[in-house]
Design a protein around this ligand. Sequence first.
Ligand code: WQD
Length: 346
Amino acid sequence: MNILLTGGAGYIGSHAVVALAAAGHTPIVLDDFSNSHPQVLERLRRLLGVPVRCELGSVADVTRTRALMERHQVHAVIHFAAYKAVGESVSAPLKYYDNNIRGLVRLLQAMDAAGCRNIVFSSSATVYGQGGTMPIAEDAPRGHTNPYGHTKLVCEEILGAVQSSSRAWRVAILRYFNPAGAHVSGLIGEDPGEVPNNLMPYVSQVACGKRPYLVVHGDDYPTPDGTGVRDYIHVEDLAAGHVRAVEVLADSVEGFTINLGTGQGHSVLEVLHTYEEACGREIPYRVGPRRPGDVPTCWADVSRARALLEWRATRTLHDMCVDAWRWQSRNPEGLRRPAPVRPEPA
Ligand code: WQD
């Protein structure tokens, strides 16, 4: 199938490009490079052995997106293109509501006009808000603790309404837990650019000496070692889950919502010590105050993913740390990030 990946030059999108091509599909990337960079495409060409079809553009440009889908005879869309920094969403909520929600609506309009109505949506465990009992199942109560999480929740509601409007639409919502790691080649990986918000890229930068130490956000949580527990999933496992989701969706009469995690939680200190084993270096840390909005624990019930997608994560936390370190040590400054190229409004 010809699959359009919006935001396909990003962290998870680029890994999905590789997984889709390996499964015999044809990935087409649409990216405005506002939070990624063209050099990823050269890395992808090296991995795939052929150039990746890519168009510079914004999902908000309905006319261009429709034309792109018709030109490439797109069968389905995987929608990655969105801003995802929790802290930034608190300080700049309108940027998030405009980009994440308006962007989805404009994409859906372009899909409808092009007659392509299969969409896989990149959602997040953040829609479970303060979480509940562990493990978290897909029917757990939802909520939000920040504008980023709110945009994911609203997008899921919009997709639910579109799915209900016509049987012609098929919608798969994938709720990621904590993506981590990098492609085993070391050619692509997580490249946050500015100060990393997330644990694994921050630890990676401490390991290579770019940061002096990790601040552990609280060690007084009701967890085995007092630090926060999360369900870290290798980005290559996550990419494989997308391949299965788009294939199953193509043969489904209705959509589905799936957690993509491992079903196992690890604490901050477990991640840190596993990373030390993986890189052979000490990772200095200091304990600081709890981070506002953090929950003590969050890990997935993955039974629906196993049953419906016949998929499960296979890579371990150690694999994630080894692969993250290979990427970080070979690309200490990440890939050059040019100024965002914002396409002219349609
Ligand atoms: C993990 C643990 C922190 C950094 C967020 C988003 C979620 C998704 C993944 C987009 C927590 C601790 C972290 C640090 C620390 N993003 N930590 N020191 O908050 O679970 O999820 O990122 O889809 O939507 O909510 O991930 O990596 O920020 O934190 O101690 O410098 O590491 O307190 O316990 P989180 P995280």
